[in-house]
Write a protein that binds this ligand. Structure first.
Ligand code: UGA
Length: 435
C-alpha cells in the first residue's frame, strides 16, 4: 500500500519503518531537514533497539523515503498517518497546534480518496474535530475518512511492540476506511479491535492511566512495606501470580516518567473534568508519583539533615533504561531538588548528557560510573541500566566519601550489599537499612 507518515519522532519513525519492512511503499514527512538527511543516509535520529538495522534494510529495499515535501507525499499516498507531537500545556491541556497545522497543510493536497489515520495521542473527540476541520478547508467528504489508531509501543521495545502488539485498536465510522485498515494490518498476528473513534481515543488514555495507577499503587505499598518491615518484591511477586492482577508494572521505585504516563494521566483528568467527571483515582496516581520521585531526597535529608556543599551522585538520567529519552525523568526532579538545597551534583548516564547539560549547566557530567562516585556522600540510582547492576562495591567503598547508595529502582542484590559496609536504602525491600 502507499503510505505517508507525517512526523519522524518515536511513533512516526517506527510506524514508517514497520510498514516499509512488510513491503508497503512509505514516505515519511519530517519538517526538520537535518533529520531527513540523516535518515535518508541510514543514520537513526533516536536511540531505539534495532532501529538502525531496520532503517538500513528499508532504505536498501527502496520501501522508505524521508522528505520534507508534504504535498507530493500526500498526493501519492492512499493512507496518511499523523504522528506529530501533542505536548502538554502548562494547564494540562493537550497542545494540538501541530495536529491542526498538519491537517490544514494536507487539506490542500487531498485530490482523491485518502484514509487519514491519527496515531498521535489526542483528546477524545479529536477524530470528529479533524473531520470538521478538513471539511471546513473545502475537501469533499467523498475524498477522505478519518480513523483513530492509537499506538501502544514502549520505548526501548518499540519495534517488537509494533509487530507483536497485544491489540490493534481502530476507531472509525466508515466501512470503506475499515476495509483499508483491515488490509493494512492483515499480516499482523495481533487482535484487531474495530470500534468508534471516541472509544479508540479513550482506550489509549485508559491504558496508560491504568498502568500508571498500577505503578503508583505498588509504590505506595512499597512505602508501607518500609514502615512495617515487609518486602515489596515478595508482595509484588505473590500478587502478580494472580492472573487477574498480572506481574507486569508492579515494580516499585521512584515513580514513572517519560513522554506518556505523566502527560496522559493529566490529559485524562483534564478530559474527565471537561465532561464534569472528577477522576479521583488517576489524580491520586499523579500525586503519589510526584511524591515518590522525591523519596531519595527525603531519605538523604533523613540521613544528613544538611546537604549543602556535599557531593551527591546521580546514576542514570533517562526515565527508563535502553532509551536516550529524559522527558519527565524522576532524575531531573531529584537533581533540581538537590541543587535547591545547595548540594553539588555529579551524574553519569550510559546514554545521555547533552540535553541535560542545557538544563543543568552547573552539574558535573562524568564519563563513567566510578568517576561520578569520587568524594560523594551518596549515590542515587535513578535508572535501572544493566551497568549499575554489577557495580563494584569495593570501589564504592574506596571512592566515596561515605558509602551510601539509595537504590531508586531496587536493582542491587541485597546479599551482595550485605557483604560490604555500605549504607543502603531501597524502595520497600526488607532486611536493609531502610528508614
Ligand atoms: C508507555 C506505555 O507502556 C506504552 O504502552 C505506550 O504506548 C507509551 O507509554 C505511549 O503512550 O507512547 P513508555 O513511556 O515507553 O511506554 O514506558 P514504560 O515502559 O511504560 O515505562 C514508563 C515509566 O514507568 C518508566 O519511568 C518506568 O521506569 C516506570 N515503571 C514501569 C515503573 O516504575 N514500574 C513498573 O513496574 C513499570
Amino acid at each position: 500500500m502507499k503510505i505517508c507518515v507525517i512526523g519522524a519522532g518515536y511513533v512516526g519513525l517506527v510506524t514508517s519503518l514497520a510498514f516499509a519492512k512488510i513491503n508497503n511503499k512509505v514516505i515519511c514527512v519530517e519538517k526538520d531537514i537535518e533529520k531527513v538527511e540523516k535518515l535518508n543516509n541510514g543514520i537513526p535520529t533516536i536511540y531505539e533497539n534495532g532501529l538502525g538495522e531496520l532503517l538500513n534494510e528499508c532504505l536498501s529495499s527502496n520501501n522508505i523515503l524521508f522528505t520534507n515535501d508534504i504535498s507530493e507525499s500526500v498526493k501519492n499516498s492512499d493512507i496518511i498517518f499523523l504522528a506529530v507531537g501533542t505536548p502538554q500545556k502548562m494547564n494540562w491541556d493537550v497542545d494540538m497546534t501541530q495536529v491542526h497545522k498538519v491537517i490544514n497543510q494536507i487539506s490542500n493536497y487531498i485530490d482523491s480518496y485518502k484514509v487519514i489515520v491519527n496515531k498521535s495521542t489526542v483528546p477524545v473527540g479529536t477524530q470528529k474535530e479533524i473531520s470538521h476541520l478538513i471539511i471546513k478547508n473545502g475537501v469533499s467528504t467523498k475524498n477522505f475518512d478519518v480513523v483513530s489508531n492509537p499506538e501502544f509501543l514502549k520505548e526501548g521495545k518499540a519495534i517488537d511492540d509494533f509487530f507483536n502488539a497485544d491489540r490493534i485498536v481502530i476507531g472509525c465510522n466508515s466501512l470503506k476506511a475499515k476495509n483499508i485498515m483491515k488490509k493494512l494490518y492483515a499480516s499482523f498476528n495481533s487482535k484487531l479491535i474495530f470500534t468508534t473513534p471516541e472509544t479508540a481515543e479513550l482506550i489509549k488514555y485508559a491504558s496508560n492511566a491504568f498502568l500508571a495507577t498500577k505503578i503508583s499503587f505498588i509504590n505506595e505499598l512499597a512505602n508501607l512495606c518500609n514502615k512495617v518491615g515487609a518486602d515489596i518484591e515478595t508482595v509484588s511477586y505473590a500478587m502478580g501470580l494472580d492472573k487477574r492482577i498480572s506481574p507486569l508494572f508492579l515494580r516499585a521505585g521512584i515513580g514513572f516518567g517519560g513522554s506518556c504516563f505523566p502527560k496522559d494521566t493529566r490529559g485524562l483528568v483534564k478530559t474527565a473534568k471537561k465532561y464534569g467527571c472528577d477522576f479521583k483515582i488517576v489524580k491520586s496516581a499523579i500525586d503519589v508519583n510526584e511524591a515518590q520521585r522525591m523519596l531519595p531526597v527525603k531519605f538523604l535529608l533523613a540521613k544528613y539533615k544538611e546537604i549543602k556543599g556535599k557531593i551527591i551522585s546521580i546514576l542514570g538520567l533517562t526515565f527508563k533504561p535502553n532509551t536516550d529519552d529524559i522527558r519527565e525523568s524522576p532524575s531531573l526532579y531529584i537533581i533540581d531538588a538537590l541543587l535547591n538545597r545547595g548540594a553539588k551534583v555529579k551524574c553519569y548516564d550510559p546514554k545521555v548528557s547533552i540535553g541535560v547539560k542545557d538544563m543543568f549547566p552547573n552539574i558535573e557530567y562524568c564519563e563513567n560510573l566510578y568517576d561520578s562516585l569520587i568524594d560523594s556522600y551518596c549515590a542515587i540510582i535513578c535508572t535501572e541500566w544493566d551497568e549499575f547492576k554489577s557495580i563494584d562495591f569495593s570501589k564504592v567503598n574506596t571512592l566515596m566519601k561515605y558509602p551510601m547508595i539509595i537504590d531508586g529502582r531496587n536493582i542491587l542484590n541485597l546479599n551482595d550489599i550485605k557483604k560490604h559496609n555500605i549504607y543502603y536504602i531501597s524502595i520497600g525491600r526488607s532486611n536493609i537499612d531502610n528508614i
